[in-house]
Design a protein around this ligand. Structure first.
Ligand SMILES: NC(=O)C1=CN([C@@H]2O[C@H](COP(=O)(O)OP(=O)(O)OC[C@H]3O[C@@H](n4cnc5c(N)ncnc54)[C@H](O)[C@@H]3O)[C@@H](O)[C@H]2O)C=CC1
Ligand SMILES: O=c1[nH]c(=O)c2[nH+]cn([C@@H]3O[C@H](COP(=O)(O)O)[C@@H](O)[C@H]3O)c2[nH]1
Ligand SMILES: [K+]
Length: 505
């Protein structure tokens, strides 16, 4: 509202966050400003790091119950990005990157391969896809000979029978370069229930990388159409990956770069360490073209050290995650709203984008994170119950759930990251996270577009038509906030009803 005087009401962020309180998202509320544009005029396009631009400001966390190839492909298809976790051996992590990057469609099935002389002993092998593929060598990178559907297998007298004796001989497939629309058209025209997607790896032969069913097509066509995908210069999906700060992570990094990773996150709860700073210097010297995100940090001092070491992005949050126990165990961390505001204020001076990591459980938290200076939000629990998260659904007290666990939980540490914890000499293992479960949320391809629409509505109420304009309102002091008392927080939620159903879209 050009020219109108700003009546003094509420607190500018600089004043609110200098009172000595570790505020988080739920503690604060923005005062609405002036609307002079429609919701659809809001652009959420942003930067993950200095050179990686995104149309959608969302990042899937590098956790083994959140981001593998399906999540990374789906997030990229939405204009966002997924960071593939490193709680695995490096060849597996590299293969997950390659798989996500080889996709043109936003999901994948876990495929099972057999050689002609194999047998199928359990019906469970059919649980992840409508058929088992028979290839010359029984691996993914081998010539397709035929398929076995569960109905072919169920009728067998002996499950020991070799698959060559009852498979359907067929090598129908289409190139992995087909777009979703091309695949949908092919299935419809040929009246097929499913078709494998095959990538030609030149001299190394063909590789079956995915499968699309007519049910997938129907499901995806029901989802909202949404923005531009995140693509690299190679035309493939943008995919990130995490590494640690041990000596062995240098070799891991080399493999990730060979696999085509677009951005790397140094994954640590306290990033301001000699280990991380040395790794930043090494990585920037060895791969100057690769964007490197440091963290985690929650203070201006920590941020400044990593910026000076050369990071291209910062990840902010310590103990704010839904599965985190760091603040309880170690007594360090910060309320996430204060952490994002303080770190973003210093990072903005060097043009380093900030990721607000952890503690996001609704669209309002995303509006708060982005308006307090973050360029993207990183999410674990918000994405963990989705179809695209690793793992299978199980029933718990009648609810369909998926496992979600902290990367510092005992279970995750024992799976792969022992070196990090027991490292070398330490004998006592201390968890800084828990193992839990989250409710089935359906597909990220559906709920992320709706969530982003809600975020745009929040931006409109603030009078911010872009992230840049939100940050300008923040730093000029035009944006005003207040702390919500306990009663105000209760009032701001649903209250006083005997029962209700909360359906957001
Ligand atoms: N954001 C958060 O609040 C938290 C996140 N986490 C997650 O849990 C996982 C593990 O985090 P961290 O325990 O911080 O892992 P980390 O690998 O950074 O640290 C584990 C231990 O190894 C030490 N260390 C690291 N590099 C070393 C080197 N080169 N030589 C000797 N010692 C070295 C560290 O100082 C620390 O004591 C990550 O995925 C992280 O994101 C865990 C706790 C809190
Ligand atoms: O204290 C912790 N112990 C852990 O075991 C752990 N695992 C993940 N993280 C961090 O939590 C973030 C995800 O948080 P949300 O589920 O709230 O999105 C992630 O993005 C991480 O920053 C951990 N923090
Ligand atoms: K927590």
């Amino acid at each position: 509202m050009d020219g109108a005087p700003l009546l003094d009401d509420g607190f500018p962020a600089a004043r609110l966050f200098s009172q000595g309180y570790s505020y988080t998202y739920d503690d604060v509320i923005f005062l609405p400003h002036y609307i002079d544009f429609p919701t659809d005029a809001v652009s959420l396009s942003t930067k993950l790091s200095r050179r990686v631009a995104l149309a959608t400001p969302c990042v899937a966390s590098p956790m083994d119950t959140v981001t593998e190839s399906s999540m990374a492909a789906a997030m990229a298809s939405l204009g966002a990005i997924g960071i593939i976790h490193s709680n695995n051996n490096v060849s597996h992590q590299a293969s997950l990157i390659r798989l996500a990057k080889s996709h043109k469609i936003p999901f994948n099935h876990d495929l099972i391969f057999k050689s002609p002389s194999d047998s199928i002993l359990s019906g469970e092998e059919f649980s992840s896809a409508p058929c088992i593929f028979v290839t010359e060598s029984g691996t993914q990178n081998s010539k397709l000979l035929g398929t076995v559907e569960k109905s072919n297998w169920e009728g067998l007298d002996s499950k020991e029978t070799r698959v060559s004796e009852y498979m359907t001989k067929s090598s129908v497939s289409i190139p992995a370069s087909y777009s979703f629309e091309d695949v949908a058209g092919y299935l419809a025209k040929n009246e097929l229930q499913y078709v494998p997607l095959v990538r030609d790896n030149g001299e190394e032969g063909e590789e079956i990388v995915n499968l699309v069913t007519s049910d997938d097509v129907e499901r995806i066509q029901g989802f909202p159409k949404f923005g531009l995908p995140s693509l690299g210069a190679d035309g493939e999906f943008l995919v990130g990956a995490s590494i640690g700060t041990r000596e062995s992570d240098k070799e891991r990094l080399e493999h990730l770069v060979k696999a085509g990773v677009n951005v790397v996150v140094l994954d640590s709860s306290q990033g301001n360490s000699i280990y991380q700073i040395e790794m930043i210097k090494y990585a920037k010297k060895t791969y100057p073209e690769l964007d490197l995100i440091g963290g985690n940090v929650v203070t201006a001092y920590q941020a400044q050290n990593l910026i000076q070491a050369g990071v291209d992005g910062l990840r902010v949050g310590m103990g704010s995650g839904s599965i985190c126990t760091t603040q309880e165990v170690c007594a360090v961390g910060r309320g996430q709203a204060a952490a994002v505001y303080k770190v973003a204020s210093i990072a903005a001076q060097s043009g380093v984008p900030v990721i607000a990591d952890g503690g996001i459980s609704n669209s309002g938290h995303i509006v708060k994170a982005l308006t307090l200076g973050a360029s993207t939000v990183m999410m674990g629990s918000f994405l963990a119950g989705s179809n695209e998260a690793p793992g299978t659904y199980v029933y718990q007290d009648g609810r369909r759930v998926k496992k979600y666990r902290g990367m510092g939980s005992l279970e995750a540490m024992t799976k792969g990251s022992d070196a990090r914890y027991l490292g070398d000499k330490a004998k006592l293992k201390i968890a800084q996270g828990v193992v839990g479960a989250v409710a089935d949320k359906g597909s990220v391809l559906k709920f992320i577009p709706y969530t982003m629409q809600a975020v745009k509505q929040g931006f409109q109420d603030l009078g911010a038509s872009s992230l840049q304009s939100a940050h300008d309102l923040l730093r000029s002091g035009v944006l005003r906030l207040e702390v919500r008392t306990g009663a105000a927080q209760v009032e701001g939620g649903v209250h006083g009803l005997v029962s209700y159903e909360k359906k957001s879209f």
